[in-house]
Design a protein around this ligand. Structure first.
Ligand code: FAD
Length: 502
C-alpha cells in the first residue's frame, strides 16, 4: 500500500535539506515503485509536487514550498545488474544510495567514479543535480555514466530515454512518451561556460543526446523512477596523500605543477584543497570527532593542504607518481616529509573521512547559528573557472572575505578550479553581506567564462546567480522547455527558475 503522511512530527523532519532551508507541504508520499509515482500524479491533478531523494542537497532543491512531496527513499531496489567481458551496467530505483551501490559492486571488482563526498546521497538526487565529486577531476560527472532513464511526467505519462537513441537536429527534437504522445520542441542556442564541471540550468548543446537534458534538470522536467548506469573496472590499488604546505600560494603552485607534469596515463584521480581556515576547523574537530581523533594531529605549522589520489593496476606506476609528486612539493617550497600517505584501503578510508569532515564541520556550525538566527541558511559557493584563472579567482575570494571581515572555510575541488567558499556568519548582517559578496564574485566568475554552479545545482537558493550567468531571454527559452514537459509548472516549483513566468 502506498504510504503517505501529514503528521506534523514526521513532516518537520522531511521539510528541510542540508542547506538548512525549511519548507511546508500538505502531505508526503513514500512510493515503492513506478506505479505508485504514476498514481500520485494521476490522483492529484493540478497539485504542485516536490521530489526528494536523501535530502543531502545544499540548495533547497528538495525543500517544498507547499503542495505535495514525493520522497523516493523507499524506491531503493537494484533492478538489474549485467556484466560481460566488455561492459558492466546496473539499473536501480532512484532511492538507492551511493554507498549501497558501492557495496553492491565492490565484490565484482567494479567501480562507479562519481563520488560526492556525502555517500548517503541517492542516485536519483545525484542524476538530478548532475552530481560530481573529488574524482570528477579524472572521470567527469555522473552525466558520463547515465545510460538510460525512466521519468514520469505530470499527469502520469512515462518517458523512457536511452543514451544514443534520440538526438536533437539543428536544435529541434521530438520525444515520444510510452503512451505515444509526441513532445516536440526547440533548444535555445546556449553558450555554456567553458569549464569541465557545470550544473547551472539545463544542459543544452546543438546536436545533443536528449537524455542529457534531463540530467541536472533538478527534477523540474519529470520524476526519475529508474536509472541505468555504466560501471567500470576497479583499479587494483588506490593511494592518496594529504600534503601539508606552508602557505596557500604554494598549494596553488603545486596543483598547477601536478596538472602540467603528470602524463595523462597517470593523471590523479582527485586533486583537493583545504584552505588555512578549513584546517583550523579540522584541528578543532580533531579534538572532539571520534573518527578524526584516531588520526595523527594536523601539524601546527601547516597553513593549508592539498589531497592527491592516484589509482593504478601497477604498483610501480603508483610509486613513480608519488615520487613525481614529492619533486613537485619540493619545487613549490614544501616538505614531502610533512605528508600523510595512505597506501591501503584502511588508511584511504581515514583520508576520505578527513576530506568529508570539512563540509560536515561547516554544516554543523550553520545548524548551531540557526538556533539564534533561524533565517540563516548554508552560505557556500560552488563556482568554477577555466584552468588559466585559478590564482585570480582564489585571490578574488580571499580579498573579498578579508575586506568584509567574514569567518570562512575554503575547501574543495582545486583540480577543477572549483572551490567551495563557505562563510559562517555571526548574524543577519553578515549573512546579507555575504550574499552580496557572492553575487559580486559571480559577476567576475561569469566574465572569466566560469560557472555559478559546478556541482550542487541552482535549487531555490541560487536562482539569482543563474540570472547573472544567462540573459533573461535565454532563461525564458529554457523556461519554454520546462513548459513542454510540465505545462502547468507543477514539478519542483522554485528550482532553477524563481518564478513560473519569467
Ligand atoms: C557533507 C556534504 C558533502 C557533499 N559533497 C558533495 C560533492 O562532493 N559533490 C556533489 O555533487 N554534491 C555534494 N553534496 C550535495 C548533495 O549530496 C548532492 O547534491 C546529491 O546529489 C543530492 O542527492 P540527494 O539524494 O540527497 O538529493 P536531494 O537533496 O533529496 O535532492 C536534490 C535535487 O534532486 C531532486 N530529485 C531527487 N530525487 C529525484 C528524482 N527521483 N527525480 C527527480 N528529481 C529528484 C530534488 O527535487 C532536488 O531538486 C554534499 C552534501 C553534503 C551534505
Amino acid at each position: 500500500m502506498l504510504k503517505s503522511t501529514s503528521s506534523k512530527e514526521i513532516m518537520d523532519e522531511y521539510l528541510r535539506d542540508e542547506s538548512k532551508r525549511t519548507g511546508s507541504s500538505e502531505r508526503i508520499f513514500f512510493p515503492k515503485n513506478e506505479a505508485d509515482v504514476i498514481s500520485i500524479l494521476r490522483d492529484h491533478p493540478g497539485m504542485p509536487v516536490t521530489v526528494q531523494g536523501s535530502r543531502t542537497g545544499v540548495t533547497g532543491g528538495c525543500v517544498p514550498d507547499g503542495g505535495l512531496t514525493v520522497n523516493m527513499e523507499q524506491m531503493n531496489q537494484v533492478l538489474d545488474f549485467r556484466r560481460d567481458e566488455k561492459a558492466a551496467a546496473i539499473t536501480v530505483q532512484p532511492g538507492v544510495l551511493l554507498q549501497t551501490l558501492r557495496s553492491f559492486i565492490l565484490p565484482h571488482k567494479l567501480f562507479f567514479p562519481p563520488d560526492p563526498t556525502e555517500t548517503t546521497a541517492s542516485l536519483g538526487g545525484m542524476v538530478s543535480c548532475n552530481s560530481s565529486g573529488a574524482r570528477s577531476f579524472r572521470y567527469g560527472s555522473i552525466r558520463d555514466y547515465v545510460l538510460a532513464l525512466d521519468l514520469i511526467l505530470p499527469g502520469g505519462d512515462k518517458l523512457h530515454l536511452e543514451r544514443g537513441s534520440i538526438t536533437a537536429k539543428e536544435n529541434r527534437f521530438t520525444l515520444s512518451t510510452c503512451s505515444g504522445r509526441r513532445i516536440s520542441g526547440k533548444l535555445t542556442d546556449l553558450q555554456m561556460p567553458r569549464v569541465k564541471k557545470h550544473t547551472a540550468g539545463y544542459y543544452i548543446r546543438p546536436d545533443m543526446d536528449l537524455i542529457d537534458l534531463f540530467i541536472g534538470a533538478e527534477g523540474t522536467l519529470g520524476i526519475i523512477t529508474s536509472i541505468k548506469l555504466k560501471l567500470v573496472s576497479a583499479k587494483k590499488e588506490t593511494w592518496g596523500s594529504v600534503i601539508f604546505l606552508p602557505d596557500e600560494a604554494s598549494a596553488l603552485a603545486l596543483v598547477k605543477l601536478v596538472r602540467q607534469e603528470t602524463p595523462d596515463s597517470l593523471s590523479p584521480e582527485a586533486l583537493e584543497f583545504f584552505g588555512s581556515d578549513t584546517l583550523h576547523l579540522l584541528r578543532q574537530a580533531q579534538l572532539t570527532k571520534t573518527a578524526l581523533t584516531e588520526m595523527e594531529l594536523i601539524r601546527q605549522d601547516a597553513c593549508c593542504a592539498v589531497y592527491v589520489e592516484y589509482a593504478c593496476d601497477q604498483r610501480a606506476s603508483l610509486i613513480q607518481a608519488f615520487e613525481d609528486t614529492c619533486h613537485c612539493i619540493e619545487s613549490v617550497g614544501g616538505n614531502p616529509e610533512q605528508t600523510w600517505a595512505a597506501i591501503n584501503a584502511y588508511h584511504m578510508e581515514k583520508l576520505h573521512l578527513f576530506r568529508h569532515a570539512a563540509p560536515e564541520c561547516i554544516n554543523r556550525k550553520i545548524s548551531e547559528i540557526k538556533r539564534t538566527c533561524p533565517a540563516i541558511t548554508k552560505l557556500g559557493t560552488d563556482m568554477s573557472v577555466p584552468d588559466s584563472r585559478l590564482e585570480e579567482v582564489f585571490s578574488l575570494y580571499r580579498s573579498g572575505l578579508a575586506e568584509e571581515g567574514l569567518t570562512s572555510a575554503i575547501f574543495g575541488h582545486i583540480g577543477n578550479n572549483h572551490f567551495h567558499v563557505n562563510v559562517i556568519p555571526k548574524n543577519m548582517d553578515e549573512f546579507n553581506r555575504t550574499k552580496k559578496l557572492f553575487s559580486r564574485w559571480a559577476e567576475v566568475v561569469v566574465a572569466m567564462d566560469g560557472t555559478v554552479s559546478a556541482e550542487h545545482g541552482i535549487g531555490k537558493l541560487k536562482t539569482s546567480l543563474l540570472k547573472q550567468l544567462y540573459s533573461k531571454e535565454k532563461l525564458a527559452e529554457m523556461a519554454k522547455i520546462k513548459s513542454l514537459f510540465d505545462p502547468d509548472w507543477l514539478l519542483n516549483r522554485g528550482n532553477i527558475f524563481s518564478d513560473p513566468v519569467l
